[in-house]
Design a protein around this ligand. Structure first.
Ligand code: IMP
Ligand code: MG
Length: 193
């Protein structure tokens, strides 16, 4: 496959529609709850978070964490390291973790448990893309954008060794390219693990 222009898996328009839909649901669920704290997981979240936050109709502030999960480009199994913590005191706040993609769920699980220990009023998770093949049954995602097969995707913030983040669509850089479908099982929930 041509690494200069990854094949389209999720077109720009489909992303736009789905992000708007997620924003509508989040806005409905948090209406009247006070200020929501969006915690983006750097770096992959930056475009998704920018688009999502601009479409919310509830008051929201933004903070970030940085984690490093994979030591090498597409390898699995490295330790999850917290490279940068939030600046906010999250106790008593309604927190929504905004993540680009969930594969094994280890990054999200580790992050959620470390944030839960600080006693937020609530903690939920919003993920743009979920890899269905690897999804551990233990990881619950409250708001999920798309289910995709086990391929390496780039674009819309996602990278391969820091390349391709600026693509307006989500593309595949590796072999295999079944279609992506809007995720089901993303009903709102009271909390997450
Ligand atoms: P997990 O801990 O296995 O769920 O891995 C999640 C993290 O791995 C994400 O936050 C991404 O940074 C990275 N990742 C997993 N799959 C992909 C992919 O297909 N493209 C880009 N990054 C990915
Ligand atoms: Mg990530």
């Amino acid at each position: 496959m041509d690494q200069e222009s990854p094949a389209v898996l999720i077109p720009e328009e489909a992303i736009r529609e789905r992000v708007s839909e997620l924003a509508r649901r989040i806005s409905a669920d948090y209406a009247g709850a006070g200020e929501l704290l969006l915690i983006g997981v750097l770096r992959g979240c930056y475009i998704f978070l920018a688009d999502l936050s601009r479409r919310l109709s509830v008051p929201a502030s933004v903070d970030f964490v940085a984690v490093s999960s994979y030591r090498r480009a597409t390898a699995r199994g490295g330790a999850v390291r917290l490279l940068m913590d939030v600046r906010s005191d999250i106790s008593g706040r309604h927190v929504l973790i905004v993540e680009d993609i969930v594969d094994t769920g280890r990054t999200l699980r580790r992050l959620a448990s470390s944030l839960l220990a600080r006693n937020p009023a609530s903690l939920k998770t919003c993920v743009l893309v979920r890899k269905s093949a690897q999804a551990s049954p233990k990881i619950e995602v409250d708001y999920a954008g798309f289910e995709i097969p086990d391929v390496w995707v780039v674009g819309y913030g996602l990278d391969l060794a820091d390349r391709f983040r600026g693509l307006p669509y989500i593309g595949v850089v590796d072999a295999g390219s079944a279609g992506a479908a809007p995720s089901r099982g993303d009903a709102p929930r009271g909390g997450t693990s």
